[in-house]
Design a protein around this ligand. Structure first.
Ligand SMILES: Cc1ncc(COP(=O)(O)O)c(C=O)c1O
Length: 376
C-alpha cells in the first residue's frame, strides 16, 4: 500500500471491489467492508458451518483477541472496553452507570443538533437535558458549553463530529477544561472514529461510544463502549448476565463478579461483528489513521471548494479544524437532485427537506467528487 511512505490510494480503492460500479459518498450513513474485513467475517461463518467443534473452541479466544485489537486501536486498557451492538446500547449503559455513581445530579448538557443516541438514553433515565445552540456557522465553542455547566451537571454528552452539519468539536480543549472543572465528559465518536486518531490515554473522557458501521467500516452490529474503572465502580452492573460473573466457573450467584467493562456484554455477542470490528481497526491501522484523516480532509476540501465556486450554501464549517468527513449543503430542489444523482449511481443522502449530506471516505477518489460536482 505504501510507496516511499506515500499511500497509494488507488490500491486502497481496490479493497472495495463493489465500488467499481457505484459512486458511494455516504460513509456517515454506512460504509462498505474492505476486503480483509469481509474475509475475516466470512471466515467465522465458514467455521460455524464447516467445523463447529473448531468454532466452539474459538469463540472465547476470538472474542478476547478482538477486545485487545480494539483496545490497541484506541490506546485504552482492555479492561475498559466492551464490544456492544450499537452506540445507542452503549450510551444506555453509560447513562445507567451515571445514575448509580452520582444519583443526586440531575442535568446533562448536550448539543442542540446531536444524534438522538446521545440524548434519548439520558432523557430515559430522567435527566433534564440542557441543549446548547451552535454558532451561526454550525461550530460549537467550548466556552459556550462550559458556561452551561453547574454543580448539578452529571455530564456533558457530545459528538466529536455532528452527524448532520459535520461540525467538529475541539474535543481536547473541551475534555481538558471539563476535567479541570471536575465534570464528566461522555463522547460519541461515531462520526469521527476511523478517520480522526483517538488516543484514550491522552484524552480525558469519562466514557466513549462509537458505532462500527460508518468510518470504521466494520458493518452493522459492532460498536465499542469505553467505560473506565472509575465510572464502572465496584458495584453490581446495571445489566448483568453470565459474562458479568466469572465465565469459567459458571457461578449462578452474584459472586466473583467480572470487574471488566466486558461484563456489560452480559452474554455471548454475535461473533461476526466482533471479529469484523477487530479486522477493521487493524485495516485502518495498516494505513494509518493520521494519513486517513488527511486524505478524507483533502477530498472534503475539493468538494467544499467546488460547491463554493458554484455559489452553493455549504452548511458545514469551512475551516479544516472544524470539520472531518461530512459536508452538508443546502439546495432548494434537494430531493430531485439526490434522485437524479441516484439515477446515475451516485449515492448521497437527504438530511431534512433542503439539505444533502455528502461524506467521502478513503474508498472514494477525486473522480467521485468531480462526478458529483458536475451534476450540481
Ligand atoms: C453520532 C451518531 N451516533 C449514533 C448513531 C447511531 O448509532 P447506533 O445505530 O449504533 O446506535 C449515528 C448514526 O447515524 C450517529 O451519527
Amino acid at each position: 500500500m505504501e510507496k516511499n511512505n506515500t499511500t497509494e490510494w488507488s490500491n486502497v480503492r481496490k479493497d472495495f471491489p463493489g465500488l467499481e460500479k457505484q459512486t458511494y459518498l455516504n460513509a456517515a450513513g454506512m460504509s462498505p467492508l474492505p476486503g480483509p474485513v469481509h474475509e475475516a467475517g466470512a471466515s467465522v461463518l465458514k467455521l460455524m458451518s464447516d467445523d463447529v467443534a473448531g468454532f466452539a473452541e474459538n469463540v472465547l479466544p476470538l472474542n478476547i483477541k478482538s477486545h485487545y485489537a480494539v483496545a490497541g486501536f484506541y490506546n485504552a486498557d482492555v479492561n475498559d472496553i466492551a464490544l456492544v451492538n450499537t452506540t445507542s446500547m452503549g450510551m444506555n449503559m453509560v447513562a445507567l452507570h451515571f445514575r448509580n455513581i452520582q444519583p443526586n445530579k440531575t442535568e446533562v448538557v448536550v448539543l442542540a443538533d446531536e444524534f438522538p443516541s446521545s440524548t434519548i438514553p439520558w432523557e430515559k433515565q430522567g435527566y433534564t437535558l440542557k441543549y446548547i445552540n451552535p454558532e451561526k456557522d454550525g461550530r460549537y465553542e467550548a466556552n459556550r458549553i462550559l458556561a452551561e455547566v453547574s454543580q448539578n451537571t452529571a455530564a456533558v454528552v457530545a459528538s466529536y463530529v455532528q452527524y448532520n452539519t459535520g461540525s467538529r468539536l475541539d474535543v481536547f480543549a473541551l475534555a481538558q477544561a471539563l476535567k479541570e472543572k471536575n465534570v464528566h465528559f461522555v463522547l460519541n465518536a461515531t462520526q469521527a472514529a476511523g478517520i480522526i486518531p483517538i488516543d484514550l490515554s491522552e484524552l480525558p473522557v469519562s466514557a466513549m461510544v462509537t458505532s462500527g458501521n460508518k468510518w470504521i467500516m466494520a458493518g452493522i452490529g459492532g460498536a465499542v463502549l469505553y467505560l473506565p474503572e472509575h465510572i464502572r465502580g465496584q458495584q453490581f452492573p446495571p445489566l448483568a448476565g453470565w459474562l458479568s460473573a466469572d465465565p469459567i466457573s459458571f457461578n449462578n450467584k452474584p459472586e466473583n463478579l467480572n470487574k471488566g467493562a466486558a461484563s456489560l456484554e452480559v452474554g455471548l455477542n454475535s461473533l461476526v461483528p466482533v471479529v469484523c470490528v477487530a479486522a477493521a481497526v487493524e485495516y485502518l491501522q495498516s494505513i494509518g489513521v493520521a494519513k486517513i484523516e488527511q486524505r478524507v480532509l483533502s477530498l472534503a476540501d475539493l468538494l467544499i471548494n467546488g460547491l463554493l465556486e458554484s455559489k452553493a450554501e455549504v452548511l458545514t464549517p469551512v475551516n479544516r479544524e472544524d470539520r472531518a468527513g461530512i459536508v452538508s449543503v443546502r439546495r432548494k430542489d434537494a430531493p430531485e437532485w439526490v434522485s437524479r444523482l441516484k439515477a446515475n449511481d451516485i449515492h448521497v443522502v437527504l438530511r431534512g427537506p433542503d439539505d444533502v449530506r455528502i461524506s467521502p471516505h478513503i474508498y472514494n477518489d477525486e473522480k467521485d467528487i468531480i462526478a458529483l460536482l458536475e451534476s450540481w
